[in-house]
Design a protein around this ligand. Structure first.
Ligand code: NAI
Length: 251
């Protein structure tokens, strides 16, 4: 694995699931990590796991829908860890699906606020720092549901398709300033805060049946892709949305 020693990664939604695993992988590769989440008590446990992997961790409470929280988190990362090389903008919510006519406006607003505006606010503040400090690499979490549709997922699918568009546009803004911006589109990933909810068990079973590889993904499957996108191996890759779904979208 490429060595990220001396580097710093900023990860949102780091308390559980995909974000947690990615934080541990960055730590195992030598990077210090800022764990950004609303669930700070849970993120403290992730911090212990990062420290056990041999790196420094700080936990920062931030609601990614709030500009002031995001600015503070980026500032504190640089203040406490000294720099900012990589960002994984991964915090997200997936409210229970329902047909568009039954979708409450508040649920639409909240889904777009966390999954799309939240990513934009992070990207905005990360790029402002990276632009002035030698560049960096950013990975945003979209979803297969931003690539194909899902019944009952109007708000979620729109938010994730938005992340894919945002990623392309921002990649072009900074392509010649040393900042690479990509997205990862996970398929069904088991054992995360979102997918372990009992009401999602049937959907996850169906997703597994529809996945050519015959299994759900693991948080480590996504973490590996994020690490590669941040590495020098992906030095000529920007504006891309990489689907990691065991073949789900190639049927
Ligand atoms: P998770 O629930 O374990 O992780 C989401 C994290 O985001 C949690 O730690 C939560 O506290 C945090 N969060 C939620 N709202 C926040 C806010 N406003 N500000 C800061 N933090 C906030 O779930 P998972 O599955 O690890 O999700 C991570 C990302 O992966 C999400 O963006 C999700 O949409 C995406 N995804 C997950 C898939 C799956 O099958 N698990 C499939 C496709 C995409």
């Amino acid at each position: 694995m490429e060595c990220f020693a001396g580097k710093v990664a900023f990860i949102t939604g780091a308390a559980t699931g995909i974000g947690r695993q990615t934080a541990i992988n960055f730590a195992a590769a030598g990077a210090n990590v800022a764990l950004v989440d609303t669930a700070v008590h849970v993120a403290e446990e992730t911090a212990h796991a990062v420290e056990r992997a041999g790196a420094k961790a700080i936990v920062l409470r931030a609601d990614v829908t709030r500009s002031a929280d995001v600015t503070h988190a980026v500032t504190q990362t640089v203040k406490n860890l000294g720099r900012l090389d990589y960002a994984f903008n991964n915090a997200g919510i997936a409210p229970r699906g329902r047909p568009a006519a039954e979708l409450p406006e508040e649920e639409w607003d909240q889904t777009i606020a966390v999954n799309l505006k939240g990513v934009w606010l992070c990207v905005k503040h990360e790029c402002a720092y990276m632009r002035d400090h030698g560049g960096g690499a950013i990975v945003n979490t979209a979803s297969i549901m931003g690539v194909v549709g899902g019944p009952g997922l109007a708000a979620y699918s729109a938010s994730k398709a938005g992340v894919i568009g945002l990623t392309r546009a921002v990649a072009l803004d900074y392509a010649n300033q040393g900042i690479r911006v990509n997205a990862v589109c996970p398929g069904g990933i088991a054992h995360t805060g979102i997918t372990d909810r009992p009401e999602n068990a049937r959907d996850m079973e169906q997703l597994m049946q529809a996945t050519p590889m015959g299994r759900l993904g693991k948080p480590a499957d996504i973490a590996g892709t994020v690490m590669w996108l941040c590495s020098d191996g992906a030095a000529f890759v920007t504006g891309q949305s990489i689907t990691v779904d065991g073949g789900f979208t190639v049927w």
